[in-house]
Design a protein around this ligand. Structure first.
Ligand code: WT7
Length: 660
């Protein structure tokens, strides 16, 4: 584990950008003074603060008996205990009023420009009810798990909401993951059903999805049926008796337009989402219904200052938590109108996102630093080609945004008019924890600024004592918030070990951070063995075990290193087995292998073949040394006296020089 106090923040930025005057009078939170007052209240009277927000934002079938109970030592966390609600009801049914039933809920843009579909809340309701009836007909019941492996098409939010409607637990697996990754995720949660598509568009190419699903299902005995959405009309393999077309199922004569909402307990599980940790196996983080829903609605409304008339666009994939919280549950619970896009930022040209902002007159736009850096590289002329005057608030998520990218976003996209909300959060947190409020908090480019109401972050040193001002340390949370994870599926011990053991009594985020003299948080990245590639988490252990699964590989060590566009990139040291020789061909083969085993995001940028790794006498790989070598800081390797064989260093340096 890296020493947090030794990490230099690369983010040195002195300038402050104040919230705009325009829009301030109408904002939910319109001054620093108001923020401070609300923040104080939320910590002094959390029950009062959260009950008010929960009643204001969410419709409950029955109110709760106790607002919150938590104990990080056990750990046990419960919010709105005894409360009854349904997430789908809150996202759809309650919006069927004269005012909003004909409002666009989802404006879907396919990758081909001519493909646009609009779902009003009324239309969404019909489709969700019908699919919920399909689920029931297949015998899916409350508490059953349904795995979903779909691209960014409207059927994805529809089937998620249908699951929520009948109380089934969905587990969405990102469409870019391999058959192998899909398989382990289905097996871990013992899903009864898989929902997938024949394929989808990606940068003008037709991608197969069903093929991966078939491959995964070979080894998933719990899955009884597989529902397939016809997106492209590809010629696909079909398993009689198991596979069912989505369009046939939903249009069947015995499927009605109405399906009752299951009354769920606030603490009933809503979904499972797998995320990488510092050990080999991904964790099934699960969230529950009441607290999660309150939290995503609350944070979206205040952090983006989302008003009923706004058009919101979050460019994330629904396969990640960002899409769960801020495409599905957040915007829909607030009866917002949003854009959902199937394509990528740079196809057919690097102005695609700006073109869509113009086309749909987007007001609130939310994307990731890796996207901003890639589009920045393409040139200032791209955003300047389009009319971006509808934009009002810009957001960023996934990794620290470097000041250069921040300023480019601010000047060329927001035209110095739009505040930027740099939202810090995690799969585990459910929603934003640290972020500016756009009309209240002065922004410092590169800082996620201040904690949101009800959130109490602390920075702890290795010994558990609080860090001083500007001193780096471990970012932890001192109290529970409604949207936090409730566990790791099937593994309560891991839940405790990973999040509540490093510093007893605190929630451990795994991130390093410092707090400056104004109380602003500067996130310095992960301190555990997690690499953040383009805003996606990959565990080094997970990557290493995938590498050694290849017959040629004896041992592997994987390091993240700074990358101009991706934030971090993957550098792999590989020891080959006896009988295998290093070659360019084998290097390419290993890259393909990684794409296949985990997915394209796991492709190493560099693979260095080595004969040995720097290990301690007890056999532990000294990653600190590998990190320095990859960074080219050979003079600064630190103490190498504990190495079992110090002579490996020269070979490692030589190989690295040849490669980069
Ligand atoms: C990790 C969580 C939350 C949705 C996307 C990723 C990093 C996230 C920021 C930010 C600095 C950030 C952290 C965090 N991260 N947002 N605004 N500034 N770092 O979700 O896959 O669970 O990853 O992403 O390191 O721990 P995730």
């Amino acid at each position: 584990m890296a020493d947090p106090t030794k990490i230099e923040s690369v983010l040195k930025e002195e300038r402050i950008v104040y919230p705009p005057q325009e829009g301030r009078d109408e904002a939910y939170i319109s001054s620093k003074f108001d923020y401070e007052e609300i923040y104080r209240y939320s910590l002094n009277d959390p029950d009062g603060f959260w009950s008010e927000r929960a009643k204001e934002l969410i419709t409950w079938f029955k109110l709760w008996d106790r607002t919150c109970y938590w104990d990080f030592h056990k750990p046990e966390i419960r919010w709105f205990e005894g409360g009854k609600l349904n997430a789908c009801y809150n996202c759809v049914d309650r919006h069927l009023t004269d005012e909003t039933r004909n409002k666009a809920a989802i404006i879907w843009q396919g990758e081909p420009d001519e493909e646009v579909k609009v779902y009003t809340y009324e239309m969404l309701h019909r489709e969700v009810c019908r699919f919920a009836n399909v689920l029931k007909k297949l015998g899916i019941k409350k508490g059953d798990r349904v795995s979903i492996y779909l691209p960014m098409i409207p059927e994805l939010p529809i089937v998620m909401l249908a699951c929520a409607r009948i109380g089934a637990i969905h587990s969405v697996v990102f469409g870019g993951f391999s058959a192998e990754s899909l398989k382990t995720r289905i097996q871990d949660c013992e899903a009864k059903l898989l929902i997938t598509a024949d394929g989808y568009w990606r940068s003008g190419r037709k991608i197969q999805a069903k093929k991966n699903a078939d491959e995964a299902l070979k080894d998933c005995p719990t899955v009884e049926k597989c529902i397939v959405v016809k997106r492209l009309g590809l010629d696909i393999n079909w398993v009689e008796g198991r596979d069912i077309w989505y369009h046939e199922a939903i249009n069947a004569e015995d499927i009605s337009d109405w399906c009752e909402c299951e009354e769920m307990d606030a603490e009933d599980v809503l979904f499972i989402l797998y995320t990488s940790g510092s050990t080999g196996k991904p964790k099934g983080v699960f969230h529950t219904t009441g607290g999660y829903l309150v939290y995503v609605a609350h944070t979206l409304q205040w952090v983006f200052d989302l008003k009923p008339e706004d058009i919101f666009w979050c460019t994330a994939d629904i396969g990640w938590i960002t899409g769960h919280s801020y495409i599905v549950y957040g915007p829909l619970s607030l009866a917002a109108t949003q854009i959902m896009y199937e394509g990528v930022p740079t196809y057919p040209h690097p102005g695609r996102f700006w073109e869509l902002c113009q086309k749909f007159k987007v007001n609130l736009f939310y994307t990731a630093p890796t996207v901003i850096r890639a589009l920045m590289r393409a040139g200032d002329e791209w955003p300047h080609k389009y009319d971006l005057s509808s934009l009002r608030v810009l957001g960023s998520v996934g990794e620290p945004i470097n000041p250069e990218a921040w300023w480019w976003y601010y000047e060329h996209v927001g035209q110095r008019r739009c505040p930027i909300v740099d939202t810090w959060w995690q799969t585990e947190t459910g929603g934003f924890l640290i972020s500016p409020l756009p009309y209240a908090i002065p922004q410092k480019p590169g800082s996620a600024t201040l904690p949101l109401p009800g959130v109490e972050p602390v920075i702890l040193k290795d010994d558990g004592t609080p860090a001083d001002v500007n001193e780096g340390g471990h970012l932890c949370m001192k109290r529970a918030w409604p949207g936090m994870l409730r566990g790791v599926w099937g593994d309560p011990q891991r839940f405790k070990d990973v999040y509540f053991s490093r510093f007893p009594g605190y929630y451990y985020t795994g991130d390093g951070a410092r707090r400056d003299e104004d109380g602003y948080f500067w996130i310095m990245g992960r301190l555990d063995d997690v690499i953040n590639v383009s805003g996606h988490r990959l565990g080094t252990m997970e990557l290493e075990s995938a590498l050694v699964a290849h017959p040629a590989v004896a041992e592997a060590a994987v390091i993240g290193y700074p990358h101009e566009i991706k934030g971090e990139a993957i550098y792999a040291f590989v020891i080959l087995k006896e009988g295998y020789e290093p070659s360019e061909e084998l290097r390419q083969e290993l890259k393909q292998h990684m794409r296949k085993v985990i997915g394209p995001i796991a492709t190493p940028d560099y693979i260095q073949f080595v004969s040995g790794l720097p290990k301690t006498r007890s056999g532990k790989i000294m990653r600190r040394i590998l990190r320095k070598i990859v960074a080219g800081q050979y003079e600064d390797l630190g103490d190498t006296s504990t190495l079992a064989d110090p002579s490996v260093i020269d070979e490692l340096i030589k190989g690295r020089e040849e490669l980069m």
